[in-house]
Each structure stands twice: as C-alpha cells, then as structure tokens.
Design a protein around this ligand. Structure first.
Ligand code: ZN
Length: 453
C-alpha cells in the first residue's frame, strides 16, 4: 500500500512530495521529493493520526439527553444517575451498534485508534452473561467492522465508594472481584485475536472510589505489562473522599503507593496541587485529558501550564462522546487554560506554534497511553495516518505549522479527507467506507432504547 502526499509532517519536520510505502500495517519506506506512482493513494497533507485515549462508547447514545436543568439537582452525580437508568436497557446488540457508530465517527474526525475504557460487563441486575466477555466481544466486533485500532481496557469495578460500599442498582452490571476480573482479561485476550495484530488488551482499575488498594496491588502484580488506565481526581468530592479515607489526595496517593510510570494513563487528573502536578509529569504517566467532556460535566480545568513546563506527557480522549471532534478537543484544551489565565498560547513549551505542540504532543502521548507503536510518521511505526485538505477555505491561507494552528483553532473536522488505522484505509473522501451500513444499524438498534429512557 502506497500513499503520496504533497506535504507530510515527518518525525523531524515537514517534507514535500513524499511517498510512503506501508506493509503489514507499518511504514516501510519514506521517500521525499518524488512523484506519485500509478496506484498510490494521493492526498494533500499527511499527519500522524491521533489516538483517542479514553472512550465509553455506549454513552454516545445519551448525548443531548442530560442538558436540562432541574431545580436543586444539577451536578455530575445526576448525570451519572441517568447513565445508570440508560444502562438498565442496554443489550449486546445495541452496544455493538453504538460502538461501531462511535468508532466510525472517531475515524472520520481523524483518530486512528481508541482506548475503550469498558466497564459494563454483566446483564442488568448483575448476572454474568454465559460468556464472561460477551460485552467486551461486542466492542471487538465493532472495532473489526470499523477497522479502528483498538486498545481494549476492561475495567475492574468492585465498590460503590472509598469505604468499600457494596454496588447497587445500575452499578451491578460493572461488578467484578479481582479473580473474576482476571478471568475476564484472559477472555478478552482470546477474543481480541479476531482483530489485526495492532489491537491489544490493557487493564483499567476504575478509580480509587471503585477499586480497593489491596485489589489494585493484586491486579498490577497479575498484569504488570499495562497499559493501565485509571480515572483520577475528576471531581472535588472524589478528592475529598479519597483524602478522608486514604490520608492523601488521589494523585499523591497513587504516586506514593503504586509504581506509576510510562505504562500508566491517568484519566482527567483535573484536581491536582502543584506538587502532584510536577510529580505526575516526572513519573512518565500520560495525562488522559478529555476537555470536551470535562467542560460538559463541569469538572474543572487541568493544571496544564505547570504540567507542560515539567515535561508531562498528555493525550486526548472523547470520554462521554457527547461530541466526537478532534479539533474541538484540542481547541477546548487550550481555550480552558486561556480563559482561566487570561492569556494566549498557553499550552506550548518554550516558543512556537501552539497547534504544532498540541497536535504532536497529543499524537505521541496518545500512542504511548494505548501501548501503540505510533504517534509519528517514521519507518517502522504503525501507519496511523490522517490526511487533511489544506486547500479547504478554512486552511488555504496557511503553511506548515500554521496548518496545525488552523486545524486546532479555525477548522472543523470536515478538512479530514482520509484516515488509515495501521494501514487500513477506512476513511476516503471524508466518509467512512462503511458509513451507511453503520448508521442504519445504529438507528435500528437504539430507537427502542432511547424512547424508553
Ligand atoms: Zn471516563
């Protein structure tokens, strides 16, 4: 498979008239200053495609259902109540159809891969399916249908709070102790063999609310290789609960009690002291930032300036999937910092293009978080690639790094023309190649589900 691009962002900078040769999902050869061959896919501007490092696919079907105000009930926790009611009705077929839509939308927005943080495992009421990995298998099938690069992250969710309260109601579908969870991880590893070799399985202790310290230690000893993802410090109430129970704020506790390193992705990490921020940046863990969802839920603003100053790795995820847009994710990340600090061009180390720093930083951090050998265009890397149209009206006055500034701040996702996931060419001329079938199936699968909420 060959691609010819007028302009490419290579690992060491911009190049013109570049021909990439790919084999077995990886970049095999890079030639600059050459003409296109007859069978090449021809594109305008080629970039490393980002990983979407944090998604709960099923929540996409709830988008727009929680944007009303009820007196005295406005909070993250009422949003979560609706999510639990929704879950009472979600079955395998619906999950697969929703996940396929979500993965397709991600690819059309320019993401090549996804970290699916998957915590719904059992039937309503908590009875396991005949196959423990029934719902994980649906995620795998959806990834296969869309061609996205999947890092599947089954979630260990055991308790209803830091005091190890038993789960109840909607949460019963999430419940596993460590033994059953490890059996689930094994089943997922078998199931994922149905996908191409770039797919993989990691683990996700849900949070310090839902996973006890002793269980976390057992889990990490049993699955040491990662990737390991955990929700952390998203809500101030969560910070207070963890501090009351464990004697430290969540990020501080995790860094002091667990061997956190580059295998880890800390999702949100919204509420950190300066000391926590610096220690996390130095740990090598990736900050899994979900700016659109964090804004939608009113979580707060990440301590980005200090984190970047200390060399922290970061990537972005669409989390609740209320909106799937790579441009908006990066834009919201920077704008939240600007609004807080009343400053411009905040998230850039030293001097230079904010768009370039945000885009390449998120490409590298996202790939690391998913355990994916990608994040840059270079020989040997996975061919996770996205092409944008620099002749589009929103970009046509811009050159090189400015194109990334335009992508982050001026354009919409409709500048994306093509996306490859490990060499699989799934988006062509701005449309996923299975778009119509995926949308038809989604509409059919969720119409009952949505009417009943
Ligand atoms: Zn999440």
């Amino acid at each position: 498979m060959n691609i010819h691009a007028r302009r490419v962002l290579l690992e060491n900078g911009w190049a013109r008239d570049v021909r990439l040769t790919c084999a077995d999902g990886r970049i095999d050869r890079v030639e600059s200053g050459v003409d296109a061959g007859g069978s090449d896919s021809r594109v305008d501007t080629l970039l490393p495609a980002l990983a979407n490092l944090h998604s709960h696919a099923f929540q996409r079907a709830m988008a727009g259902m929680t944007e009303f105000r009820a007196a005295g009930r406005e909070s993250f926790w009422t949003w979560r109540d609706l999510m639990y009611r929704f879950l009472d009705r979600l079955g395998p077929e619906q999950l697969e159809a929703i996940a396929a839509l979500v993965f397709m939308e991600m690819q059309e927005a320019g993401y090549a891969s996804v970290g699916e943080f998957h915590y719904v495992h059992h039937q309503p009421g908590g009875q396991p399916y005949d196959a423990l990995s029934e719902l994980s298998d649906c995620i795998v099938v959806a990834a296969g249908r869309t061609g996205i690069g999947l890092t599947h992250l089954p979630v260990l969710y055991t308790y209803g709070g830091v005091d190890q309260e038993p789960l109840s109601g909607g949460q019963l579908r999430f419940a596993n102790d460590v033994d059953r969870f490890l059996a689930l991880v094994d089943a997922c590893r078998s199931g994922i063999r149905a996908l191409p070799a770039d797919a993989r399985v990691g683990i996700a202790p849900h949070s310090l609310r839902a996973t006890a310290p002793a269980d976390l230690a057992r889990l990490l000893a049993a699955v040491p290789e990662g990737p390991v993802h955990i929700h952390i410090a998203e809500q101030t109430r969560e910070v207070a609960d963890v501090e009351a129970k464990l004697g430290q704020r969540p990020v501080a506790w995790l860094l002091d009690n667990v061997d956190v390193d580059a295998r880890w992705c800390l999702i949100h990490a919204t509420h950190m002291t300066d000391a926590e921020t610096i220690a996390m940046a130095e740990s090598g863990a990736v900050a899994g930032l979900c700016p659109v969802t964090e804004a939608n839920l009113g979580d707060g603003i990440f301590n980005g300036v200090s984190f970047i100053e200390h060399g922290g790795a970061f990537g972005v995820g669409s989390d609740s999937n209320v909106r799937i847009s790579l441009c908006e994710e990066l834009r919201t990340l920077e704008y939240s910092q600007r609004l807080r600090d009343r400053a411009r061009n905040v998230l850039v180390a030293g001097e230079g293009s904010t768009g370039r720093f945000l885009y390449t930083g998120a490409a590298q951090g996202g790939a690391r978080a998913l355990g994916r050998d990608a994040g840059a265009i270079a020989i040997g890397k996975l061919a996770d690639l996205v092409a944008i149209d620099s002749t589009h009206a929103s970009l046509c006055a811009l050159r090189d790094d400015q194109l990334l500034d335009g992508l982050c701040f001026a354009a919409a996702d409709n500048v994306v023309t093509d996306t490859w996931s490990a060499g699989r060419h799934m988006v062509v001329s701005g449309r996923h190649i299975h778009r119509d079938a995926i949308i038809a199936r989604y509409r059919a699968a969720v119409s009952d589900l949505l009417q009943a909420i």
